[in-house]
Design a protein around this ligand. Structure first.
Ligand code: AP5
Ligand code: MG
Length: 218
């Protein structure tokens, strides 16, 4: 069986990582690993991990590395060697990037690409203000102004939609600040390794999808 693509979807809060990952995982037959979705799943179940993560998520801060790295790298290590994957929301600082590199190298694996979806700040704020997510499958949905997102159902699984606590304006502001300070340096880490591709992300979902596929050579 051919080796599946292994890549990171990288970008600011609201850049469209989850939206693109949902389209790409079926098309490319790869596993989607989203750190944010995983934390929200634990939170829904009321696990100790979910409750710990919530303290940080609701403030727009990063969950500490000693919590995050282990659970994400465990997921990566559990995949068969030839299975491709999309990482969405991880790595988010250079320590996480280094730990991911070490783990993959220990299994003679590497990342094929890191695709940075670059979206302007006004567009990020517009998107996050209108986003509802599915309580069951976490799929993001764009809800138009004046529409009642909570009255709609998930387009993928029919689940209930809700607004994330960290999509409140003050948490969004903090998330974008944290992204600039702690996460953007990861771009330099991957530029040095020759795997970084930047794509403009303000365009429609379909247009961005075409660009991501082109960046992946898929
Ligand atoms: P996480 O869940 O990863 O959130 P995020 O990175 O802030 O990103 P979002 O999920 O908000 O945005 P997205 O890029 O997925 O955009 P989406 O596709 O939904 O993390 C949440 C928290 O968990 C963090 O703040 C932190 O506390 C913690 N955490 C997670 N990972 C961590 C880590 N590695 N280390 C430490 N802590 C961690 O799209 C947004 C909206 O726009 C949707 O409504 C969508 O429909 C719409 N949309 C998408 N694309 C387009 C388009 N092209 N045109 C128009 N609308 C679009
Ligand atoms: Mg997301």
């Amino acid at each position: 069986m051919a080796q599946g693509l292994r890549f990171v979807l990288f970008g600011s809060p609201g850049a469209g990582k989850g939206t693109q990952a949902n389209l790409l995982r079926d098309r490319l037959n790869v596993t989607h690993i989203s750190s944010g979705d995983l934390f929200r799943h634990h939170l829904e179940q009321g696990t100790p991990l979910g409750l710990r993560a919530k303290e940080y998520m609701n403030k727009g801060e990063l969950v500490p590395d000693e919590v995050t790295i282990g659970i994400i790298l465990d997921k990566v290590m559990c995949l068969p060697d030839d299975e491709g994957f999309i990482l969405d929301g991880f790595p988010r600082n250079t320590n996480q990037a280094q730990e991911l590199e070490n783990t993959l190298a220990a299994g003679s694996r590497n990342l094929d690409k890191v695709v940075h979806i670059d979206v302007s700040e006004p567009e990020l704020l517009r998107r996050l203000g209108g986003r509802f997510v599915c309580r069951a499958c976490q799929a993001p949905h764009a809800i138009g102004e004046g529409e009642d997102g909570a009255a709609k159902k998930c387009g993928q699984c029919g689940g209930e939609l809700y607004q994330r606590d960290d999509d409140r304006p003050e948490a969004v502001k903090k998330r974008i600040e944290v992204y600039k300070r702690e996460t953007m340096p990861v771009l330099g880490f991957y530029r040095e390794r020759g795997v970084l591709v930047n794509i403009p992300g303000d365009d429609t979902v379909d247009e961005v999808n075409k660009q991501v596929l082109a960046a992946l050579g898929a």
